[in-house]
Design a protein around this ligand. Sequence first.
Ligand code: GLU
Length: 373
Amino acid sequence: MLREHFPRPRRIVIKIGSALVTGDGAGLDRVALTGWAREIAGLRQQGYEVVLVSSGAVAEGMHRLGLVERPHALHLLQAAAAVGQMGLVQAYEREFSGHGLHAAQILLTHDDLADRARYLNARSTMQTLLALGTIPVVNENDTVANEEIRLGDNDTLGALVANLVVADLLLILTDQEGLYDRDPRAYADACLIGEGKASDPALLEHVSASFGRFGRGGMATKLLAAERAARSGTHTVIAYGRQPEVIARVVRGESLGTWLKPDREPLAARKRWIADQLHSRGELLLDTGAARVLRESGRSLLAVGVVDIRGVFRRGEVVTCTDPEGKPIARGLCNYGADEVRRIRGLKAEAIESVLGYVAEPELIHRDNLVLL
Ligand code: GLU
């Protein structure tokens, strides 16, 4: 059956989870890889642009090193990823070259995407690779990513990549049929949810935050990824990756898995980049008036509305604005560093110069650099 009003995607990000790539940890599933590569090559031939986000480095590394359990120690996890990533790129290189296509390896950390210049570099490299007709194969740079700079799971990475290239479709292939209204492993009568809105908070109530055995994501991270990707107008489909011709069928609009549609106005590129920052450097606690003005009128944030601050940040870094109850309401690039904000909080713009001896900008966060959460 075909989905009504399913978009005709041109640019597609396909994310494949660890359990699928490695046959539930039994080593790279060559047959499956061959199938996905054939389908992707077919799409490429028809003029689609495809970016692949592949997990499986840790799982394949565990398999190669004979580790039965996912390591807890970070250095061992990173070592496993380094070994396994070799297997992944070898396999993709071989599969795609069989179709006359070049694969291109891209390893990213959160820091790469948080830094505006590196983010823009990653974006133009990715666009160039697509223009050259190659298949970018993306993973997190697990070897260097410590807790502070890690993205955490590849569902999130898939969404960030979808926003980076402004994809029409994010296809998340996983070892479940899609999103169910109840845990299908516990309830035989659980029903698959065929479609929904990407930012519908009710969807999250259907899932537990459990992680898979091999990768980091669960259904919750997939839903959050869909919500994130929707910020650039990207549609998301979560589907079972082992069914025949799954990629081509989803792209054609067949009703497989769960389709999550973007339901809010897409953000402008720069605001999307701000919204996609996973870690903020500090917090500005606002008074009731400032919180209301931000929420309701989308105006700039002034120092006079800031009651307190937390964290250490420099001018131009990302901070989170919270309301008096501590609820995060917005995120933005602060025009002053933390030490300066400590001195000027609560003051009117005209008083900034007499305290600091200079004025960087009259507002703490300009509305062009501010995103409501
Ligand atoms: N980057 C990790 C890997 O390749 C996977 C993270 C995830 O499973 O989401 O093993």
